[in-house]
Write a protein that binds this ligand. Sequence first.
Ligand SMILES: NC(=O)c1ccc[n+]([C@@H]2O[C@H](COP(=O)([O-])OP(=O)(O)OC[C@H]3O[C@@H](n4cnc5c(N)ncnc54)[C@H](OP(=O)(O)O)[C@@H]3O)[C@@H](O)[C@H]2O)c1
Length: 166
Amino acid sequence: MIIGASGSIGTYAVQLAKRLGAEVTGVCGTSNVDLVRSLGADHVIDYHHENVHDTSKRWDVVFDTVGASSFADSESVLAERGVFVPTVISIRSLFGGAWTPITRGKKLVGGVSMNKREPLRYVTELLADDALRVVIDGTFPLDRIQDAHRHVDTGHKTGNVVIDVA
Ligand SMILES: NC(=O)c1ccc[n+]([C@@H]2O[C@H](COP(=O)([O-])OP(=O)(O)OC[C@H]3O[C@@H](n4cnc5c(N)ncnc54)[C@H](OP(=O)(O)O)[C@@H]3O)[C@@H](O)[C@H]2O)c1
Protein backbone atom coordinates (compact mmCIF):
# COMPACT_ATOMS: atom_id res chain seq x y z
CA MET A 1 0.00 0.00 0.00
CA ILE A 2 1.34 3.39 -1.02
CA ILE A 3 -0.16 6.29 0.94
CA GLY A 4 0.14 9.57 -0.97
CA ALA A 5 0.22 7.74 -4.31
CA SER A 6 -0.51 10.98 -6.21
CA GLY A 7 2.46 12.90 -4.80
CA SER A 8 5.98 13.24 -6.07
CA ILE A 9 7.37 10.20 -4.27
CA GLY A 10 4.08 8.32 -4.57
CA THR A 11 3.70 8.54 -8.36
CA TYR A 12 7.18 7.02 -8.78
CA ALA A 13 6.62 4.51 -5.97
CA VAL A 14 3.48 3.11 -7.63
CA GLN A 15 5.30 2.61 -10.94
CA LEU A 16 8.46 1.15 -9.41
CA ALA A 17 6.53 -1.22 -7.15
CA LYS A 18 4.56 -2.49 -10.17
CA ARG A 19 7.77 -3.01 -12.14
CA LEU A 20 9.16 -5.03 -9.24
CA GLY A 21 6.12 -7.30 -9.33
CA ALA A 22 4.07 -6.02 -6.40
CA GLU A 23 0.30 -5.93 -6.23
CA VAL A 24 -0.18 -2.24 -5.50
CA THR A 25 -2.86 -0.38 -3.58
CA GLY A 26 -2.56 3.38 -4.07
CA VAL A 27 -4.12 5.75 -1.53
CA CYS A 28 -5.02 9.23 -2.79
CA GLY A 29 -7.79 11.83 -2.90
CA THR A 30 -10.87 11.70 -5.13
CA SER A 31 -9.49 13.90 -7.91
CA ASN A 32 -6.44 11.67 -8.38
CA VAL A 33 -8.04 8.23 -8.40
CA ASP A 34 -7.91 7.93 -12.22
CA LEU A 35 -4.30 9.16 -12.33
CA VAL A 36 -3.13 6.61 -9.74
CA ARG A 37 -4.94 3.83 -11.57
CA SER A 38 -3.31 4.95 -14.85
CA LEU A 39 0.11 4.66 -13.19
CA GLY A 40 -0.57 0.95 -12.71
CA ALA A 41 -2.10 0.62 -9.24
CA ASP A 42 -4.19 -2.54 -8.99
CA HIS A 43 -6.43 -1.04 -6.31
CA VAL A 44 -7.09 2.57 -5.34
CA ILE A 45 -8.41 3.83 -2.02
CA ASP A 46 -9.84 7.35 -1.84
CA TYR A 47 -8.76 8.61 1.56
CA HIS A 48 -11.60 11.14 1.62
CA HIS A 49 -14.11 8.29 1.72
CA GLU A 50 -12.29 5.35 3.31
CA ASN A 51 -10.11 5.00 6.39
CA VAL A 52 -7.19 2.84 5.23
CA HIS A 53 -6.56 1.64 8.77
CA ASP A 54 -10.13 0.55 9.39
CA THR A 55 -10.25 -2.59 7.25
CA SER A 56 -9.73 -6.32 7.57
CA LYS A 57 -7.32 -6.28 4.59
CA ARG A 58 -3.59 -6.78 5.20
CA TRP A 59 -0.51 -5.52 3.32
CA ASP A 60 3.09 -6.80 3.30
CA VAL A 61 4.39 -3.25 2.94
CA VAL A 62 2.82 0.07 3.87
CA PHE A 63 4.82 2.93 2.33
CA ASP A 64 3.57 6.21 3.75
CA THR A 65 5.11 8.86 1.50
CA VAL A 66 3.33 11.83 3.09
CA GLY A 67 3.49 11.26 6.86
CA ALA A 68 -0.24 10.61 7.10
CA SER A 69 0.13 7.76 9.59
CA SER A 70 2.36 6.29 12.27
CA PHE A 71 3.72 2.78 12.75
CA ALA A 72 1.06 2.23 15.43
CA ASP A 73 -1.71 3.26 12.99
CA SER A 74 -0.41 0.88 10.35
CA GLU A 75 0.30 -2.11 12.55
CA SER A 76 -3.28 -3.36 12.33
CA VAL A 77 -3.16 -3.52 8.51
CA LEU A 78 0.31 -5.06 8.24
CA ALA A 79 0.61 -8.76 7.43
CA GLU A 80 2.38 -11.11 9.86
CA ARG A 81 5.92 -9.96 8.99
CA GLY A 82 4.85 -6.71 7.34
CA VAL A 83 6.99 -3.63 6.99
CA PHE A 84 6.06 0.01 7.52
CA VAL A 85 8.18 2.44 5.45
CA PRO A 86 7.68 6.14 6.27
CA THR A 87 9.38 9.10 4.61
CA VAL A 88 8.50 11.20 7.66
CA ILE A 89 9.54 9.42 10.87
CA SER A 90 7.85 10.56 14.09
CA ILE A 91 9.27 9.90 17.58
CA ARG A 92 6.17 7.75 18.26
CA SER A 93 6.89 5.64 15.17
CA LEU A 94 10.55 5.29 16.09
CA PHE A 95 9.79 3.85 19.53
CA GLY A 96 6.98 1.63 18.28
CA GLY A 97 9.14 0.48 15.37
CA ALA A 98 12.04 -0.41 17.65
CA TRP A 99 9.92 -2.42 20.08
CA THR A 100 7.46 -4.27 17.86
CA PRO A 101 9.92 -6.49 15.90
CA ILE A 102 10.92 -8.00 19.23
CA THR A 103 7.36 -8.71 20.24
CA ARG A 104 5.40 -9.27 17.04
CA GLY A 105 7.63 -9.48 13.95
CA LYS A 106 6.25 -6.42 12.16
CA LYS A 107 8.77 -3.68 11.65
CA LEU A 108 9.52 -0.13 10.61
CA VAL A 109 12.20 0.43 7.97
CA GLY A 110 13.55 3.92 7.41
CA GLY A 111 16.71 5.93 6.90
CA VAL A 112 18.98 7.03 4.11
CA SER A 113 20.23 4.51 1.58
CA MET A 114 24.00 4.04 1.60
CA ASN A 115 23.81 2.48 -1.84
CA LYS A 116 22.82 5.42 -4.03
CA ARG A 117 24.67 4.68 -7.27
CA GLU A 118 22.85 1.51 -8.37
CA PRO A 119 19.29 2.65 -7.55
CA LEU A 120 19.92 6.00 -9.25
CA ARG A 121 21.34 4.30 -12.33
CA TYR A 122 18.26 2.04 -12.45
CA VAL A 123 15.87 5.03 -12.24
CA THR A 124 17.89 7.11 -14.72
CA GLU A 125 17.78 4.30 -17.27
CA LEU A 126 14.02 3.91 -16.85
CA LEU A 127 13.54 7.64 -17.40
CA ALA A 128 15.82 7.65 -20.46
CA ASP A 129 13.79 4.75 -21.89
CA ASP A 130 10.50 6.58 -21.18
CA ALA A 131 9.60 3.64 -18.99
CA LEU A 132 8.76 5.83 -16.01
CA ARG A 133 6.08 8.48 -16.24
CA VAL A 134 6.90 11.86 -14.74
CA VAL A 135 3.77 13.56 -13.42
CA ILE A 136 4.05 17.35 -13.53
CA ASP A 137 1.67 19.48 -11.49
CA GLY A 138 2.91 22.77 -12.88
CA THR A 139 5.90 24.87 -13.94
CA PHE A 140 7.04 28.09 -12.25
CA PRO A 141 9.71 30.53 -13.53
CA LEU A 142 12.67 31.01 -11.19
CA ASP A 143 11.49 34.47 -10.11
CA ARG A 144 8.27 32.86 -8.77
CA ILE A 145 10.03 30.19 -6.73
CA GLN A 146 8.33 31.47 -3.55
CA ASP A 147 4.93 30.76 -5.10
CA ALA A 148 6.21 27.31 -6.08
CA HIS A 149 7.24 26.60 -2.49
CA ARG A 150 3.91 27.86 -1.18
CA HIS A 151 2.13 25.51 -3.54
CA VAL A 152 4.33 22.54 -2.57
CA ASP A 153 3.84 23.34 1.13
CA THR A 154 0.07 22.86 0.83
CA GLY A 155 0.78 19.12 0.65
CA HIS A 156 -1.76 18.84 -2.16
CA LYS A 157 0.26 18.98 -5.35
CA THR A 158 -0.07 16.20 -7.89
CA GLY A 159 3.30 14.72 -8.83
CA ASN A 160 6.11 17.23 -9.24
CA VAL A 161 6.61 20.98 -9.57
CA VAL A 162 9.15 22.23 -12.11
CA ILE A 163 11.24 25.38 -11.66
CA ASP A 164 12.18 26.83 -15.04
CA VAL A 165 15.62 28.41 -14.68
CA ALA A 166 16.13 29.18 -18.37
N1 LIG B 1 9.49 15.14 -3.21
C1 LIG B 1 10.73 15.13 -2.77
O1 LIG B 1 11.70 15.19 -3.55
C2 LIG B 1 11.01 15.01 -1.28
C3 LIG B 1 12.35 14.96 -0.85
C4 LIG B 1 12.60 14.81 0.51
C5 LIG B 1 11.56 14.76 1.40
N2 LIG B 1 10.28 14.84 0.98
C6 LIG B 1 9.19 14.76 1.96
O2 LIG B 1 8.42 13.60 1.69
C7 LIG B 1 7.05 13.87 1.93
C8 LIG B 1 6.26 13.60 0.66
O3 LIG B 1 6.72 14.46 -0.38
P1 LIG B 1 6.05 14.46 -1.81
O4 LIG B 1 6.67 15.62 -2.52
O5 LIG B 1 6.09 13.11 -2.43
O6 LIG B 1 4.55 14.75 -1.38
P2 LIG B 1 3.51 15.62 -2.14
O7 LIG B 1 3.80 15.57 -3.60
O8 LIG B 1 3.38 16.94 -1.47
O9 LIG B 1 2.19 14.75 -1.83
C9 LIG B 1 1.00 15.34 -1.96
C10 LIG B 1 -0.01 14.33 -2.48
O10 LIG B 1 -0.35 13.44 -1.43
C11 LIG B 1 -1.77 13.36 -1.33
N3 LIG B 1 -2.15 13.22 0.06
C12 LIG B 1 -2.11 14.16 1.04
N4 LIG B 1 -2.55 13.64 2.20
C13 LIG B 1 -2.87 12.35 1.93
C14 LIG B 1 -3.40 11.27 2.72
N5 LIG B 1 -3.68 11.43 4.03
N6 LIG B 1 -3.59 10.08 2.15
C15 LIG B 1 -3.31 9.90 0.83
N7 LIG B 1 -2.84 10.88 0.02
C16 LIG B 1 -2.61 12.07 0.58
C17 LIG B 1 -2.28 14.68 -1.91
O11 LIG B 1 -3.54 14.44 -2.48
P3 LIG B 1 -4.78 15.44 -2.18
O12 LIG B 1 -4.42 16.75 -2.83
O13 LIG B 1 -5.95 14.75 -2.80
O14 LIG B 1 -4.85 15.56 -0.68
C18 LIG B 1 -1.23 15.06 -2.95
O15 LIG B 1 -1.53 14.62 -4.25
C19 LIG B 1 6.97 15.33 2.40
O16 LIG B 1 6.96 15.34 3.81
C20 LIG B 1 8.24 15.94 1.87
O17 LIG B 1 8.67 17.01 2.69
C21 LIG B 1 9.98 14.96 -0.35
